[in-house]
Design a protein around this ligand. Sequence first.
Ligand code: ADP
Ligand code: MG
Length: 554
Amino acid sequence: TQAPQSRTFEADVAKLLHLMVHSVYSDKDVFLRELVSNAADACEKLRYEALSHPDLLGEDQKGAIRITLDPDNGRLTVADNGIGMSAEEMIEALGTIARSGTRAFVERLETAQQAEGSQLIGQFGVGFYSTFMVADKVEVFSRRAGSQAANVWVSDGKGAYSVAAVNLEDAPERGTRVVLHLMEDARSYAEAHTVERLIKTHSGHVPVPIFLADKPDAEPREISDGAALWARPKAEIAAADYTDFYRGVAGQFDEPALTIHFRAEGRQEYTMLAFVPGSRPFDLFDPQRKARMKLYVRRVLISDEADLLPGYLRFMRGLVDSADLPLNVSREMIQESPLLAAIRKAVTGRVLSELEKLSTADAGAYAKVWDNFGAVLKEGLYEDFERRDALLGLARFKTTSSGGEWRSLKDYVAGLKDNQTAIYYLAGDDARRIETSPHLEGFRARGIEVLLLADPVDSFWVTSALGYEGKPFKSVTQGAADLALIPLLDKPEEAAPDVSSAVAAYLAFAKSTLGEDVSDVRASERLTSSAVCLVAPEHGMDKRLEQILAGAGK
Ligand code: ADP
Ligand code: MG
């Protein structure tokens, strides 16, 4: 055996560890869920790799997670017979911040207050490093599948770690064993009832069986059977099972807003179990816009981030398990397979129709979904023309008459005034400013509802959408609105604007003074208390879109 090589953690890891250890508010229980999920991931990775290298499995075919407790010495060990890690892989995986979730977490920390930072840990989990909330020493013994060498990684979480080779008999035959030397105040994690309760509540649905030995020499017993929840009949699944599963698969700690679980049979056979989260995942606006959906083929995990849903449904979390996709081709080829394209199409439609169902069955719950994800769903309005009508049906808006509530276009159209030919909107980047815009005066005075669009995406879809139920979208800043035909609320017999000779003279003066800067100066129906406002020409660009494009330097 060679001497251990000592290394220092990457700067971000050191920062993260410091915060972990000094966090008083966070929920330390998360470390166990993280260890179990890593062990399960390792078993799933091995199963995938064994598709092309069956010899990797050898005699020990079935993935398993073994937890051993040592209450007398304050130790907790989590072992798996999964893929394992080489020395280089340990240095990479356990000395840097590789995973995108943790990276996003660290970025959030930079701007968070200390107290908030501690709570963020609970929300994010942050993986392996959370073991240092409960342990003052962590040892990771690992032997990669198929390798004749084993290594141990050791750290006290205070800035440095070491990696050294170990004898094969001191390491698992295959996979990884993580040994936590628990801190004085965390010794309850070496007690069977605590660990069993935590596993049942947080890890009861990992797709690998979990065994627990209460003492180093005790017989391990199965505390979780590793049966895939999604493969069970719906009638046998309790709401709490779904919630636990959701928390595991989504890394969220709340309740799902909507659970979608169904089996498709016929031309394509697959099962989908997916969730609309109850709150916004932290990486919702990640520029990669990937949906975090897992793809399984007959229970073998093929990909963590399969391209199963379009970018505008990237808030969805869950999985699809296909019975038809071939298992013996590469991840990349599966992604390009026409079978997968058909599944993608079907599940996208299903998510939209389930959202639609929720919107009629429970408008309040749907309003919350829209609060959280409406801005993302609206991206579909200019990206997915095929589903634009369905998406317009799902869309909700704040309007001049909705009193801060969400309104559907269906309701908007039902409330059209006589002679109203368009769905009016005003787009801008500041909700409060939009609401008080003088452009709205003439509409308010006539009781005409106007959509108030304050999301950056609004200007993009609204200018390309053809309309809803035959009514075009029209910006109130664009051209002479057809207000003359619609009477004022308190003055039903409103005449055409009274352009007296004095006003006519003023208009001529203003036009010649402003010259090239304006295309026209007109008397208008749209103002009731302000003196002037700027409007865009009838066929010109909407003002808000113009600003966005100018800002983007186009
Ligand atoms: P994540 O699981 O999101 O990648 P973690 O911090 O939990 O982040 O783990 C970091 C990495 O360490 C994993 O991606 C994996 O490569 C490696 N790892 C951790 N635990 C194990 C294990 N039991 N077996 C194999 N690799 C592991
Ligand atoms: Mg992990």
